[in-house]
Design a protein around this ligand. Structure first.
Ligand code: FAD
Ligand code: MEZ
Length: 570
């Protein structure tokens, strides 16, 4: 047999997987088909528990929700491991092929789209949410709480978008967790830091809403079961305000899981493998619904009073990135495979105004060996960055634009992140990198230097000088503002890092109610809302680490509540 369907066909018939009396697939989530896989093979947890402990298990991951078997195991084509979109593990899959994905524009296949539009409305709801990342899930939860019927559409086979990858934290000021830890912060300082980091081109009204609601957003997540009690430092912040789970575990998978569970609990109709290709409007330009392409069921129309675009950014679409910033041509990206910019395309078709698209951020510490971003929290908790000569060359927690530029000036256009065992113990996220086998280790600094091929005497000198700065409380070399700990506890660790495209600051223009502004009139498009990375204005020219998760939770909540209100009044 060539593919899984042949194999199962030999065992029985098509209805060993499909619902035979309906003919074909059950729905775009392949709910029935996946239940069939589980009934014979066991669920993800059982498969993960049975995997060898010393190997990376494809069934154990940071992905959120109940991951469908069919995300990787395809029936009628070659199977591919979804994780390989980032990691390139190259697991030996039964009937497996190589990961690849071609970007298909939303307006491809126009004839089929027009035919579906001519066929008319298939379903009706109050609010459609586009995207199952943090912004979309927060919007769905708040719209459900405001009494709206919600359909959430996600084009990928797994939910969570970039949100599930977020690692370092969620920024918030004047929180209970900060008070408990004795951290003095003010919403106004968060506003000032955000404006300064964004080179003052941010929309100041959007920034005020971000900071003034940030502490409430932490409380909102906590009330739904989140743990946001660990607080660390991110680049460009004046104080520690980046919130994450106890022990410094990755923030995004946790927040996305909490939001997912709450969206499911509230009866949100969530459809995976369902790509929105057009926002529909009446002749006056008011939103009337969306045209969806179900991976298995084809095109259909959902009529809705309001639509929330929460489709994320476009950092994984290098052609588009390079169009706005040619310097980034050919760069790797830290993002999930669905970050292609569809949200912008459907918004533009609907007449939305956009801003700041030329501002695209590179994250300074991406591991080319692991295909993963190394969280800024490692530096926030005390790691230093050295070049191939074993020397520091920057304030490690400066803003990302400056850090990335400094690394690209070093020999090999990469550098090494160096930390000790006390930093490893302070941040659970580091265990993920160790698990991926990308962290070099030495019992002494000299042994570590040998592992990464930098001059041992120079690295030792650098660390001794840095430890001196920690002791004196002043970085006489690069004026690093936070000096949390000396690098003194063996073993010592290092990994190679280089900048990769990380965040697209620009996007759809919104107001403080998350209403999308029209390019033509400058006024809100009736019934159209947007939140998260698909929007522009919150982060200006350069986003601060930790501000995106804050953005998606706060503006996701606002967009969902406003869309529900609009639908009710409609
Ligand atoms: P996403 O979470 O990307 O979700 C958008 C969803 O929409 C995706 O699932 C996508 O597939 C779907 N979609 C797109 N087009 C369509 C369509 N046409 N139809 C249906 N669905 C569609 N920020 C922080 O503040 N702190 C951090 O610690 C942090 N760490 C990060 C680490 C990594 C590796 C990355 C990549 C980003 C990190 N960020 C962090 C940034 C932050 O995670 C993102 O900016 C944020 O999560 C975006 O949320 P979102 O809901 O707007 O979009
Ligand atoms: O906000 C981010 O993108 C972030 C904090 C990333 C990280 O380094 O963890």
């Amino acid at each position: 047999p060539e593919v899984l369907a042949d194999f199962h066909g030999e065992m029985g018939s098509c209805d060993s997987c499909h619902v035979s009396d309906k003919g074909g697939v059950s729905d775009d989530n392949l709910s029935h088909e996946n239940a069939q896989c589980v009934s014979c093979h066991g669920d993800l947890k059982e498969l993960a528990a049975a995997a060898p402990k010393d190997k990376v298990s494809p069934h154990k991951s940071h992905l959120i929700g109940e991951i469908a078997c069919t995300s990787c195991h395809k029936g009628h084509e070659k199977s591919v491991t979804y994780c390989d979109a980032c990691h390139s593990f190259g697991f030996d899959m039964p009937y497996g092929g190589k990961w690849e994905r071609k970007f298909v524009p939303v307006d491809a296949d126009k004839a089929a789209q027009d035919k579906a539009i001519a066929a008319g409305v298939k379903e009706t709801t109050d609010v459609v949410v586009i995207g199952s990342g943090g912004a979309g899930l927060a919007a769905a939860v708040s719209a459900r709480d405001a009494g709206a019927k919600v359909i959430l559409l996600e084009k990928e086979p797994v939910p969570g978008g970039n949100t599930k990858l977020a690692a370092g934290g969620m920024n918030a000021a004047e929180t209970k967790a900060q008070t408990k830890l004795g951290i003095e912060d003010k919403k106004q300082i968060m506003i000032d830091d955000t404006m300064k980091g964004g080179r003052n081109i941010n929309d100041p009204e959007l920034v005020k809403v971000l900071a003034n609601n940030s502490s409430d957003s932490i409380d909102w997540l906590t009330s739904m079961g989140a743990d946001m009690t660990d607080v660390g430092r991110m680049g460009g912040a004046s104080v520690n305000r980046s919130h994450r789970p106890t022990g410094g575990a990755g923030v995004g998978a946790h927040v996305a899981q909490v939001l997912w569970d709450n969206a499911v609990k509230r009866g949100t109709d969530i459809r995976l493998n369902s790509r929105v290709v057009r926002i529909l409007e009446d002749t006056k330009g008011n939103v009337t619904g969306v045209l969806v392409k179900g991976e298995y069921n084809g095109y259909y129309i959902i009529k809705a009073d309001a639509v929330v675009i929460a489709a994320g950014g476009f950092a994984k679409n290098n052609d588009r990135v390079a169009k706005y910033d040619p310097k980034l041509k050919g760069f790797k990206a830290t993002n999930h495979p669905g970050a292609t910019g569809d949200g912008l395309d459907v918004a533009l078709q609907a007449g939305a105004a956009t801003r700041d698209l030329e501002f695209i951020q590179a994250h300074p510490t991406y591991s080319p060996a692991g295909g993963v971003m190394i969280t800024e929290a490692v530096r926030g908790n005390g790691a230093i960055v050295v070049n191939r000569e074993g020397n520091r060359f920057m304030n490690e927690i400066t803003t990302r634009d400056k850090a990335s530029a400094a690394i690209l000036q070093q020999k090999g256009e990469s550098a090494y992140l160096v930390f000790d065992d006390s930093i490893r113990k302070s941040l659970k996220a580091i265990e993920g990198y160790v698990h991926l086998n990308i962290v070099k280790e030495g019992k002494t600094v000299e042994e570590l230097a040998k592992q990464i091929d930098v001059p041992a005497a120079e690295l030792a000198k650098t660390i001794t000088a840095y430890n001196g700065f920690v002791k004196s409380g002043k970085d006489a070399q690069f004026e690093r503002p936070n000096l949390p700990r000396e690098l003194a506890v063996a073993p010592f660790y290092a990994l190679e890092i280089a900048p990769a495209v990380h965040h697209t600051m620009g996007g759809v223009v919104i107001d403080t109610k998350a209403e999308v502004k029209s390019e033509k009139t400058g006024k809100p498009i009736q019934g159209l809302y947007a939140a998260g990375e698909v929007t522009g204005g919150v982060h200006g020219a350069n986003r601060l680490g930790g501000n995106a998760v804050s953005d998606i939770v706060t503006y996701g909540r606002i967009a969902g509540a406003e869309a529900a209100k609009f639908a009710k009044d409609h």
